[in-house]
Design a protein around this ligand. Structure first.
Ligand code: ZN
Ligand code: ZN
Length: 235
C-alpha cells in the first residue's frame, strides 16, 4: 500500500513548538490530512513520543517515536526508532551529551511534557534547543546502537543543516536518505545542482504549528504502515 507520511513533527515539548502541538491535536490533524504515518521528532528528547503514539493508536494512525538530534557541528539529524523502549534508551544517551544549562521559558518557550489525554504532566528543565557534544558520526552510531535509523534533516536549509555547516555530505556517512524541506520548489534541479542523486529523498514538514503538518502528498510503498515495517523500509 501507499503510505502517506510526515516524519518530522515537533510537539509542545520543543520550546519552539506551539503549545497547541498536543498529542491529540497532532494525530487528529494528521488523520484529517489523510496521512497514514507520522513521526514525533522533538529537539534532543523523546519525552512526548509515547503520549503521541498512544493517542495515534486510538484513531489508527501510526506514530514513530523519533527525535531531532543536534550534533556538535550544529547539524540537525532526524532519528527514527522501532519502538518506544529503544527511543527512550537513545533519548537517555542524548540527554547525557547536552550541556547542563536549564531552559529559559521566557526566551525560548515552554517545554511541556504531556500524557495521552493532552494533560501537562511536567516541564522539561534541561535546555533542549541546543547542540550535543556528539559529532555527526557519533550521533549516527548512537541511533544505530538503539536500532534506529538516522538521516540529515532539511539539508537545503541555510542553518542547522549538513550542507550549510559542512558544505557536503561526508561520503562515509552511513545514510541512504536525506530530508528536503518544503522551501525547495524545484526538487529535481536542486538535487542535480548539489549532486545528491545517490540519496533517497524524504519530504517532511518540520511542523511547529498544527497547520504546518504535511498534506497527503508524500508517500512510499510499504506492506503495511506499522512502525516496524517503516523502519525496515529505511534500512
Ligand atoms: Zn531542524
Ligand atoms: Zn525540526
Amino acid at each position: 500500500m501507499r503510505c502517506w507520511y510526515d516524519f518530522h513533527i515537533h510537539t509542545a515539548l520543543s520550546p519552539c513548538g506551539d503549545n497547541d502541538m498536543t498529542p491529540n491535536n497532532i494525530v487528529n490533524m494528521a488523520k484529517i490530512k489523510g496521512l497514514d504515518a507520522i513521526a514525533v521528532t522533538d529537539h534532543n528528547s523523546v519525552k512526548n513520543a509515547k503520549a503521541v503514539m498512544d493517542a495515534g493508536s486510538l484513531i489508527g494512525l501510526t506514530v514513530i517515536p523519533g527525535m531531532e538530534i543536534e550534533t556538535c557541528e550544529e547539524i540537525h539529524v532526524v532519528a527514527l526508532f522501532p519502538n518506544i523502549e529503544n527511543a527512550v534508551f537513545a533519548g537517555d544517551q542524548v540527554a547525557k551529551h547536552l550541556p547542563s544549562a536549564k531552559n529559559r521559558p521566557d526566551i525560548f518557550g515552554e517545554q511541556l511534557i504531556m500524557d495521552k489525554e493532552d494533560n501537562v504532566v511536567g516541564y522539561e528543565e534541561q535546555m533542549l534547543i541546543t547542540a550535543t557534544d556528539l559529532d555527526i558520526f557519533e550521533v549516527f552510531s548512537l541511533v544505530k546502537s538503539a536500532g534506529g535509523v538516522a538521516y540529515p534533516a532539511h539539508v537545503d536549509r541555510h542553518s542547522y543543516s549538513v550542507l550549510s555547516n559542512l558544505g557536503f555530505i561526508p561520503p562515509e556517512l552511513d545514510t541512504k536518505f536525506i530530508e528536503i524541506s518544503k522551501n525547495v520548489t524545484d526538487v529535481n534541479q536542486y538535487v542535480a545542482n548539489k549532486n545528491l542523486e545517490k540519496y533517497n529523498l524524504i519530504f517532511s514538514s518540520d511542523a511547529h504549528y498544527l497547520w504546518d503538518i504535511s498534506e497527503k502528498i508524500h508517500g512510499f510503498d510499504v506492506e503495511q504502515p506499522s512502525v516496524e515495517k517503516i523502519i525496515d523500509f529505511f534500512k
